[in-house]
Design a protein around this ligand. Structure first.
Ligand SMILES: *[C@@H]1O[C@H](CO)[C@@H](O)[C@H](O)[C@H]1NC(C)=O
Ligand SMILES: *[C@@H]1O[C@H](CO)[C@@H](O)[C@H](O)[C@H]1NC(C)=O
Ligand SMILES: *[C@@H]1O[C@H](CO)[C@@H](O)[C@H](O)[C@H]1NC(C)=O
Length: 291
């Protein structure tokens, strides 16, 4: 009776473990690393995952589609990437990776313009304290331009066409754009500023980097921890129960045997040996006895 329930618990716990132990994290990167792109550009997005068996898929929301999967109505899956050969303004939207269990990666906003100016700003959240460089550019060069945050002028760069915000803080979060007298205005892009994590050191964020990788959204970390905890609890419970069952069985052995009760060297009775064999998979019990 007891053995059956212990075995059932064990099967249940191993099933739980198999489903929860798989990776719940992935990070989405985009190349070129820009949140604004010109119509006609080649764009490659990829999910960098811990475990490909979790079935991470690239999805997007645009004005026309919701949770649309790469390869179905848009993009082309090539190895672990999703490529858009010739991006169009309708491809503007939010992109993310999602596993079969619906775990999600960081998301990236992409704006595709049919105009001649883009603001090149970091695609991924910027960490507090970092420097951020904004470029105002055409397809071929940087432009002398004005830079705006939430509609207010924050800087004029008549020469280079790029502006650096040093030591960013939460207050630098907002909607940025640039404007050049010769070519006009860029679309707007949101810049997110996150708290500096205590341990992980990420490379300095710069809009000029070809690809930038970032940790998954913080929400998935506690979730994973809870899964792990539950998993461990469920796994250790049968071990604990089976140990209790064995100890109690030995305690209730017929009297007359004055050997000390021990898990490691059980008395060589038939019942004990059968029990030991049956729970062999659960607890490492030595069935060989050396007297
Ligand atoms: C995509 O759209 C769905 C439905 O409107 C929404 O629930 C979801 O949060 C959106 N995803 C992202 C990453 O914005
Ligand atoms: C995407 O853009 C919207 C609105 O512009 C903003 O609220 C959101 O935080 C952005 N998401 C990311 C991941 O930057
Ligand atoms: C863009 O900049 C030019 C001068 O650099 C200015 O005349 C024009 O009004 C600006 N446009 C907007 C929409 O701010």
């Amino acid at each position: 009776m007891e053995e059956t329930s212990v075995q059932m618990l064990l099967v249940l716990s191993s099933l739980l473990c198999c489903t929860t132990n798989q990776a719940l994290t992935a990070s989405l990167t985009v190349s070129p690393s820009s949140s604004q792109m010109f119509k006609g550009e080649f764009v490659s997005l990829s999910c960098e995952e811990d475990d490909s068996s979790a079935g991470w898929m690239l999805r997007r929301n645009t004005t026309k589609e919701t949770r649309a999967e790469c390869g179905a109505k848009w993009g082309k899956t090539v190895h672990s990437s999703c490529n858009i050969g010739h991006i169009i303004t309708m491809d503007s939207g939010v992109y993310w990776c999602e596993s079969r269990e619906r775990a999600t990666s960081n998301s990236i906003n992409i704006t595709v313009t049919g105009g001649s100016v883009i603001l090149q700003s970091p695609v991924l959240p910027v960490m507090e304290g970092d420097d951020v460089t904004l470029h105002c550019k055409t397809k071929t060069s940087n432009l002398p331009a004005d830079f705006y945050k939430d509609g207010s002028l924050i800087g004029t760069e008549p020469a280079g066409g790029h502006m650096t915000i040093h030591n960013v803080s939460k207050s630098d979060e907002g909607l940025y754009k640039c404007n050049s007298s010769s070519h006009g205005e860029s679309p707007s892009s949101w810049i997110t500023v996150t708290d500096k994590p205590p341990t992980t050191a990420l490379p300095p964020v710069s809009a000029a980097l070809p690809t930038v990788s970032v940790a998954p959204p913080p929400a998935s970390a506690p979730l994973q921890l809870v899964f792990r905890l539950v998993c461990h609890l469920v796994v250790f419970c049968p071990y604990f129960i089976s140990t209790l069952v064995m100890v109690s069985l030995y305690r209730h052995r017929p009297a007359g045997n004055d050997l000390p009760v021990s898990m490691v060297t059980p008395p060589p009775t038939q019942a004990a040996e059968r029990l030991a064999e049956e729970v062999d998979d659960i607890v490492a019990v030595t069935t060989e006895h050396h007297f």
